[in-house]
Design a protein around this ligand. Structure first.
Ligand code: G4F
Length: 326
C-alpha cells in the first residue's frame, strides 16, 4: 500500500500523541496542527518528533485550517482537538462551543473545500449521552448532554453526520468513552488520583481532595483507543461507532485500587470531599456497548480496569522518584 498522509488536530495531547506513534509505525506521513502557546508543550511527541510535520493553526481560525488542509493534502484527518475538560466548559461555555463545536465544523468546511476525498474522524464523546436512561449505551442511544462540553460535542457529531449526508464525504464519528493513560492531563479525575496517591506514597502529600465519588465511568486504555480510531477510517463505509470496554466503575473504586497499587492501607482516610469539584449538572453513570465495533471493526479492548490503574500509579511513582533524584 502506498504511504498515506494524515492530518491530526490535537496532536500534542494524550490521544494525538498515541495516534501519531501508531501512524508512524504504519509508515504514514504525519502533519500535526498545533495552536501557538508561549510555552510549547511537545513532551508527549518525544518518540515521534522527527516524523511529525507541525503546522501552525487553530480550530478558531478558518484561514489557518484551510491552509493546513491544502498544505497537508491528507488522505485521513483526525479531529482530536477540543476544549476537552468538562468542568472548564461550565466556566467557559462560549469558548468551549467555539472550539469543540464550531471548530469541528470549520475543519469539515476546510476538508470539503480543499480535500473532499479525505476521510475524516470526529472525536465524539460519551458525554453526549449525559443523563442516561438506558444501559449500556450504544450507537442508537438518545443524547442528553449535561454540560456545555457535551452540548458542543453533540453539535460536532451532527455536523459530521450532515457533511456525510449532504456532500457524500467520508466522515465518521468515534463515540469514545473515557480512556486513560500516564499521558492523561492532571485535571482529569484518574490522573489526579494516581498522581496524588503516588505523592502520598512518597510523603509529598497527605490528602486527596475530590468531588463526586459515586460517578461511574467506563474507563479504557488510551493506546488501544487510537487503534480504534484508525480502524474506523479503514472501514469500507463511513459510519459511527461506540468505543468502550462495556464495564463501569465508580470514582471511589478507582481511588481504592490506586491506593492498593501504591501499598497504602488506610487510603480511604486520606480522601477529602470538596464541593468545588462537583459539577452544576453531573453525568452519573456511563457504560458503553462496544458490540458494533467488535463485529464490524474487529476491535476489542483488552486492558482491564485494575491494569490501567496500576500502569498509571506505577508511571506516576516512577516520574516522581526520577524528579526527586534530579
Ligand atoms: O475525569 P473527568 O474529568 O472526566 P469526564 O467528565 O468523564 O470527561 C472525560 O471523558 C469524556 C468521555 O466520556 C471526554 F469526552 C471528556 O473530554 C473527558 O476526557 O471526570 C470523571 C468523573 C466525573 O463524574 C466527575 O464529577 O469524576 C468525577 N470527579 C470527582 N471528583 C472528578 C473529581 N473529576 C475531576 N476532574 N476532578 C475531581 O476532583
Amino acid at each position: 500500500m502506498p504511504n498515506r498522509t494524515a492530518l491530526i488536530t490535537g496532536i500534542t495531547g494524550q490521544d494525538g500523541s498515541y495516534l501519531a506513534e501508531l501512524l508512524a509505525q504504519k509508515g504514514y506521513r504525519i502533519f500535526g496542527l498545533v495552536r501557538r502557546l508561549s510555552t510549547p508543550n511537545m513532551s508527549h511527541l518525544a518518540a515521534v518528533r522527527d516524523s511529525v510535520e507541525i503546522l501552525d493553526g487553530d480550530l478558531m481560525d478558518q484561514g489557518s485550517l484551510n491552509q493546513a488542509v491544502r498544505q497537508a493534502a491528507p488522505d485521513e484527518v483526525y479531529n482530536l482537538a477540543a476544549q476537552s475538560f468538562v468542568a472548564t466548559s461550565f466556566a467557559q461555555p462560549l469558548l468551549t462551543g467555539e472550539v469543540t463545536g464550531l471548530g469541528a465544523l470549520r475543519l469539515l468546511e476546510a476538508v470539503r473545500l480543499h480535500a473532499p476525498q479525505a476521510r475524516v474522524y470526529q472525536a465524539s464523546s460519551s458525554e453526549m449521552f449525559g443523563h442516561v436512561r438506558t444501559e449500556p449505551q450504544d450507537e442508537s442511544t438518545a443524547f442528553h448532554p449535561r454540560s456545555p462540553y457535551g452540548v458542543a460535542k453533540v453539535y460536532a457529531y451532527w455536523a459530521s453526520v450532515n457533511y456525510r449526508e449532504a456532500y457524500s464525504m467520508f466522515v465518521s464519528n468515534g463515540i469514545l468513552f473515557n480512556h486513560e493513560s500516564p499521558r492523561r492531563g492532571m485535571e482529569f479525575v484518574t490522573r489526579k488520583i494516581t498522581d496524588t496517591v503516588a505523592r502520598i506514597a512518597l510523603g509529598q502529600a497527605k490528602t486527596l481532595t475530590l468531588g463526586n465519588l459515586d460517578a461511574k465511568r467506563d474507563w479504557g486504555y488510551a493506546p488501544e483507543y487510537v487503534e480504534f480510531m484508525w480502524r474506523i477510517l479503514q472501514h469500507r463505509t463511513p459510519d459511527d461507532f461506540v468505543g468502550a470496554t462495556g464495564e463501569s466503575h465508580t470514582v471511589r473504586e478507582f481511588v481504592e485500587v490506586a491506593f492498593r497499587c501504591a501499598g497504602i492501607d488506610d487510603g480511604s482516610k486520606r480522601v477529602v470531599s470538596d464541593a468545588r469539584f462537583q459539577r452544576p449538572s453531573e453525568v452519573f453513570n456511563l457504560r458503553g456497548n462496544p458490540a458494533k465495533a467488535a463485529r464490524e471493526l474487529h476491535w476489542t479492548p483488552s486492558t482491564k480496569f485494575e491494569q490501567i490503574v496500576r500502569i498509571m500509579v506505577d508511571a506516576d511513582l516512577a516520574r516522581l522518584r526520577a524528579q526527586g533524584r534530579r
